[in-house]
Structure formats: structure tokens, C-alpha cells
Design a protein. Structure first.
Length: 228
């Protein structure tokens, strides 16, 4: 099983550490501030007070053995850079670093981290997409302007064959999968499991309660939701 370290126990780092632990994963949580360490102490696998720019101290707690390190330092850009450099030297194979500003993100990318996350911006984008498309269940931004959304089958398509909906022609949006809840009486088709048809055919019949997984331009996805 992959093991994790979370360095910097602000709100973001703490939430990452706790969520990993909730999924039964092993987490080494580190902060230079003893109060922060105490606060998460009983909720993570190991919580250690340590300066994460100090390579020796990190070695002493076995940081070089983790598979993934999440560096969650916001405003203190210098600290985040130094910490990333230190854990790179230790040979941690996957490093995910939080950035607050573009500049910080760019530097972290240049250093060669596996991934830079911008939690505030990402949650703002998700919120705004949710507001623009209130019907959607899930939204994933694939690239700027393109997305995958999951939305309940609009009532006007109930009982139609997929090709009859003309979704692709009218909206330039592709239906990549259809999810169907099991029949409450028979449990069909898979003994109570949700059915996911990930290769829908034009002749598939759409039923009430189906959920469509759609891919397309954000503005086309939005148009589809608004007009149905
Ligand atoms: P959030 O917004 O998620 O609450 P934040 O981005 O404001 O957090 P910061 O206040 O920047 O978080 O700090 C993150 C944490 O990193 C702090 O708890 C701080 O004590 C810790 N930290 C700073 N420097 C080091 C270091 N050298 N080693 C370990 N921890 C550090």
C-alpha cells in the first residue's frame, strides 16, 4: 500500500491528512509548529514536529520511505521551495505541492514536482461550474474550456433511442456513458449493482432515472443543460 507524508498542517494539509487516514492509508503528518502537530495528533498515523527543510531531521523520521509527499505551505513561498528541494534530495518519488499564487506554482513546477495544486482556485472553478450548470452531479475540467459532466437524463429524452436525441448534432456533445440504477424490484441487470454502459450504441433506449456522462465544450454542455 502507498504511504503518504503531509508537510504543513494548515487547513488544507490537515484535511488531506485526515481524508487519507479515513481511507485507511498510512500518513506521516509534519509541521514545524508543535501546536499544529498536537491538534492532528490522534487523527493521523504519525504526527511529528519537525522543520521540513532539515534533511537530517526528515531522515530521522523516515520520510525518505514514503511514496507520496504533499507539501502544503501557502504564503511562506521560501519554505515551500526549500521543503520541496529537501524531499527531492531524499528521493521521494511523488511530490504534490500546494500553491497560492501563479508565481509560486511556476517555481514549484520548475523544480519538477509531480503536480501543483491551487486549492482555492480549483474550488472556485468547481463552484462556478456548479452554479452555471446546477443540474450536474459531477464536473471534471479536462482542459481549459472542455469538461466531462454527469447529469440526470433530461425528461424530454426519456423513452428515446440515443440517436433520436440528436445530442451530438444539436449540441456537439458526446455521450460517453450511461449509468442506470438497478431495478428496485428485480435488482436487474446485475443483482443490485448499478449498470454502467461505457460504450453506448445509437440504438440504446434511454430510461427515466438514467444518468448521462457527457463530454464537450463547457459552453455546449451548459447550453444542453439550459435547454433541456
Ligand atoms: P491553509 O490555508 O491551508 O490553512 P496556509 O496555506 O495558510 O494553510 P500556512 O499558514 O502557509 O498554511 O502554513 C502551512 C503550515 O506549514 C503551517 O502550519 C506552518 O507551521 C507549516 N510550516 C511552515 N514552514 C515549515 C517548515 N519549514 N517545516 C514544517 N512545517 C512548516
Amino acid at each position: 500500500m502507498r504511504t503518504f507524508a503531509v508537510i504543513g498542517l494548515g487547513r488544507f494539509g490537515t484535511a488531506v491528512a485526515e481524508t487519507l487516514v479515513e481511507q485507511d492509508l498510512e500518513v506521516l503528518a509534519i509541521d514545524i509548529d508543535a501546536d499544529k502537530v498536537d491538534r492532528v495528533g490522534d487523527r493521523v498515523t504519525h504526527a511529528v514536529q519537525c522543520d521540513a527543510t532539515d534533511e537530517k531531521a526528515l531522515r530521522a523520521i523516515g520520510l525518505e520511505n514514503v511514496d507520496v509527499a504533499v507539501v502544503s505551505i501557502g504564503e511562506a513561498i521560501e519554505a515551500s521551495i526549500l521543503i520541496v528541494m529537501t524531499i527531492m534530495d531524499l528521493g521521494v518519488p511523488e511530490i504534490i505541492a500546494k500553491a497560492v499564487t501563479n508565481k509560486q506554482g511556476k517555481v514549484l513546477e520548475k523544480l519538477g514536482v509531480s503536480r501543483v495544486v491551487y486549492p482555492e482556485r480549483e474550488s472556485a472553478v468547481r463552484l462556478a461550474h456548479g452554479l452555471a450548470m446546477p443540474n450536474q452531479l459531477e464536473h471534471l475540467e479536462l482542459a481549459k474550456g472542455f469538461g466531462v459532466v454527469e447529469m440526470p437524463l433530461p425528461t424530454r429524452y426519456v423513452g428515446m433511442l440515443l440517436r433520436e436525441t440528436m445530442i451530438r448534432t444539436h449540441y456537439d456533445v458526446n455521450v460517453v456513458a450511461i449509468k442506470r440504477a438497478p431495478d428496485p424490484l428485480t435488482g436487474a441487470p446485475y443483482g443490485g449493482e448499478e449498470e454502467v454502459n461505457f460504450n453506448p450504441s445509437p440504438d440504446d433506449l434511454l430510461k427515466e432515472g438514467d444518468v448521462l456522462l457527457l463530454i464537450g465544450h463547457e459552453h455546449d454542455l451548459q447550453r444542453l443543460q439550459e435547454e433541456t
